[in-house]
Design a protein around this ligand. Structure first.
Ligand code: ADP
Ligand code: MG
Length: 322
């Protein structure tokens, strides 16, 4: 194949992802100075950008389709946490070289979510340099979004799915860098949870009007709970024995380590939210197809407390410049 240029890369691997456009009115996709979409009156635009750097956010030899899927799913998770409906996204890609096989894999990884959510790629930037992926997602809100700041004393604290799986995958990644190492079923499951997180878009939308506060768990439960506690000026009391753990995580790490990971490891992209008790049953009936676990209560005060202990938990999530 002839060497790719910046323009052939865009044409071949990214412009085709502009098509499935759902209800969005696209006036101009990739190819002009800007993309253009028609805005609906009364709707709010909700947007967020995330960057992933090779060697920091994903291993150096990771397959391009996995990197792409995970970067887009992680960015979409922020829309989910606001209760927003995905509209479109843009990608700024910095690449050391234009390898057609790599680019085809990367484009195919994005395509899975583009098609599943009818979420088109409407623009971006392509440059040469160390592998870095920035994705800006845009979503729509027809009502007030889910903020971190609305939790009230007596609200139920809940999480979706299971926690700790992606954190455990990091130790699978370490041992599997040895080519002789054969993965068992649990290890494969955990790696799948790391590379293919589910952005909880449908859940986020169902939480609108029900949840009082919401955040996605990218940096670990305790750290995210701390953000809700601070933004809402309340205390979050969490029961670590109520945390949802997958059977594969327990098989791989044992129950006690599994619980530790569920409390503090990141990358699961589940939602952590608070719900007034009178809305709890309505919430469960709206979300019957997803596992929701109550894990504690909001009380007056500040900070995060574990297992009814008097001592406040000090937990910091991953911080780049710490
Ligand atoms: P400009 O110089 O005006 O910024 P570019 O040459 O960077 O334009 O990009 C040309 C067009 O291709 C733009 O519409 C841009 O949005 C789009 N584009 C560039 N890179 C990507 C990418 N990785 N994915 C999708 N669209 C892209
Ligand atoms: Mg440009």
């Amino acid at each position: 194949m002839a060497a790719e240029t910046e323009f052939s890369i865009i044409e071949r691997y990214f412009a085709p992802l502009a098509h499935p456009r759902g209800s969005l009115k696209v006036e101009q996709g990739p190819g002009d100075d800007c993309g253009v979409v028609t805005l609906t009156k009364g709707a709010s635009l909700c947007f967020s950008i995330d960057t992933m750097v090779e060697g920091i956010h994903f291993p150096e030899d990771a397959a391009p389709g996995k990197i792409a899927y995970r970067a887009l799913a992680a960015a979409m998770s922020d829309l989910a946490a606001m209760g927003a409906t995905p509209l479109f996204f843009t990608v700024a890609l910095t690449l050391p070289k234009a390898d057609p096989e790599w680019l085809a894999g990367f484009s195919a990884g994005l395509k899975i979510l583009v098609e599943k959510y009818r979420f088109p790629l409407l623009g971006g930037d392509t440059t040469k340099g160390p592998l870095t992926i920035s994705i800006q997602v845009h979503g729509e809100l027809m009502q007030r979004g889910l903020l971190r700041s609305g939790a009230q004393p007596n609200d139920i604290i809940a999480v979706s799915g299971t926690l700790g799986d992606a954190g455990a995958a990091l130790s699978v990644l370490e041992s599997s860098s040895d080519a002789q190492y054969e993965l068992d079923e649990s290890e494969r499951y955990l790696l799948g949870r790391y590379y293919f997180p589910t952005p909880r878009i449908e859940l986020g939308r169902s939480l609108l009007g029900c949840a009082s506060a919401c955040i996605d768990i990218s940096d670990g439960l305790l750290s995210e709970a701390g953000h809700i506690a601070e933004a809402s000026s309340v205390g979050l009391y969490i029961d670590s024995y109520a945390l949802p753990l997958s059977a594969h995580l327990k098989a791989f790490k044992g129950e006690s380590m599994a619980r530790k990971l569920a409390l503090s490891s990141g990358d699961d992209y589940e939602l952590l939210f608070t719900v007034p008790p009178e809305k709890w049953n309505e919430l469960l009936s709206r979300c019957s197809d997803i596992n929701i676990s109550p894990i504690g209560r909001v009380k007056p005060g500040s900070g995060v407390y574990l297992d009814n202990a008097d001592a406040r938990v000090f937990q910091r999530g991953f911080q780049h410049f710490a």
